[in-house]
Design a binder for this molecule. Structure first.
Ligand SMILES: *Cc1c(COP(=O)(O)O)cnc(C)c1O
Length: 429
């Protein structure tokens, strides 16, 4: 790691905006990446438990995706096509229809938005408002939906909200599952305020949620709670938007994070790992009866990244044409939970968070969580924190990480936690 002094003299410190963020915690220059490993310019290798914040669920440079992209480039396939029909878009849509939508009984249309998650969220909120003729969107405490103005209104984090520079409007915040402690059913609170014409909460266009709050601290909503919220949305004429940008694409164990919950969202937003390769790509799935934007009403020059269509198609065919991958994720999720409970044992009051391959430990303080991550990095592991006070050590390893390498990364995390807590006792196996 560079010292502070040398960091001040780098091109990044000299010219890159102060808005840069992740790079501050991992002060080196990366040059290569393959699978679940990244290499820096000094030749040091790191296991990647950040995975582009879940944009690299299939690891770095998957050989099949890479080859398909090289072939596409070599034959002068289109690099940019606005939203024109292309062979690669057709092939992606065919694969998505066959292996993802049809199998799950989903009749949703696929709308390509600009290539960021925030853009898909903007489209979702806009179309819900257009469909219902209502303005208000219900979003939840600790939700994160992006930082463009519309999406930011739905994001809870005060630091991000503070960057808006103007009032953030059109969203009512309600408590997420478990927010008020064990006894209070926050879905019933939602039902109560929506049923009371004097509650002061306007009838909503949409209710938008993450089933596992990625940035907000890995709080996982229970299936019955999500189901109840879906019923409430329906009863009150609001669309249910599930923001699956981080929790989707297999992260929780199934392609969509809500698959085993008995709900069918009106709208689903996807980005991060949807291209499979870390290329920018976002989309919104919307039930056909709500697919009412006119041509170009939600426009964008980069709607549909042709290179991303190529890799996204390979990702779907390679990983989602049967249930082998889901089984593999379930197995690794157990290994993860076991390792994280060993970390939690070192910290009084620590709590396990999340589900599937989207789990972490709330160690109670941002300082301790940050210390653990810094020490992990010194030992060759890239890992980040999450949560309102950055108090959750969050594991977002590529889902494809080979088991031995996964265990090695978890061992590094355990050593880092031992150092940070001054707890040198070997954790019970
Ligand atoms: C990352 C994220 C977004 C925003 O995506 P960007 O590509 O950063 O704009 C929105 N919702 C959730 C749940 C996310 O994790």
């Amino acid at each position: 790691m560079s010292t502070d002094k040398s960091a001040e003299t780098t091109i990044f410190a000299r010219r890159e905006s102060e808005a840069r963020s992740y790079c501050r915690g991992f002060d080196t220059v990366f040059t290569h990446a393959s699978g679940s490993e990244m290499t820096d310019e000094a030749g040091r290798r790191y296991i990647d438990f950040l995975a582009g914040c879940s944009s690299l669920n299939y690891g770095h440079n998957d050989p099949d995706m890479k080859q398909a992209l090289i072939d596409h480039l070599s034959r002068d396939g289109l690099a940019h096509a606005l939203d024109l029909h292309t062979d690669t878009k057709a092939a992606f849509l065919e694969a998505f229809e066959t292996h993802i939508l049809a199998r799950r009984g989903m009749d949703h249309k696929v709308m390509f938005t600009g290539p960021t998650g925030a853009n898909a969220v903007e489209a979702a909120m806009k179309i819900a408002r257009k469909v219902t003729g209502r303005t208000n969107v219900i979003a939840f405490t600790n939700g994160f939906h992006g930082v463009t103005s519309g999406a930011l209104a739905a994001t809870g984090n005060s630091y991000h909200r503070g960057g808006a520079g103007m009032p953030l409007q059109g969203v009512t915040r309600v408590p997420f599952d478990g927010y008020m402690g064990g006894d209070m059913d926050t879905a019933e609170y939602l039902e109560t305020v929506l049923s009371d014409p004097s509650s002061g909460v306007d009838a909503p266009a949409a209710i938008m949620l993450e089933t596992v709050q990625g940035e907000g601290g890995l709080t996982a909503a229970s299936a019955p709670w999500v189901k109840r919220v879906a019923e409430i949305a329906k009863a009150h004429g609001a669309l249910l938007i599930i923001d699956d940008i981080q929790a989707g694409c297999g992260r929780t164990g199934t392609f969509f994070s809500f698959e085993d919950m008995g709900v069918m969202p009106d709208i689903v937003t996807m980005a991060k790992s949807v291209s499979g390769f870390g290329l920018p790509m976002a989309l919104m799935l919307v039930r056909p009866e709500h697919d009412i934007f006119g041509p170009a009403e939600h426009n964008g020059t980069f709607r549909g990244n042709t290179h991303a269509f190529v890799t996204a198609r390979v990702a779907i065919e390679k990983f989602w044409s049967d249930d082998a991958f889901a089984k593999e994720i379930a197995h690794k999720a157990e290994i993860l939970m076991h390792a994280l409970s060993n970390v939690a044992e070192m910290v009084p009051g620590a709590r396990l968070k999340g589900r599937g391959m989207m789990q972490g430990v709330d160690v109670g303080s941002g300082d301790l969580a940050g210390d653990i991550c810094t020490r992990a990095f010194a030992h060759g592991l890239v890992i980040e924190t999450s949560g309102p006070n950055d108090e959750v050590v969050k594991v977002l390893a590529p889902l494809t990480t080979p088991e031995a390498q996964f265990r090695k990364g978890l061992d590094i995390l355990l050593s880092a936690a031992r150092e940070a807590t001054g707890n040198n006792r070997m954790a019970a196996e």
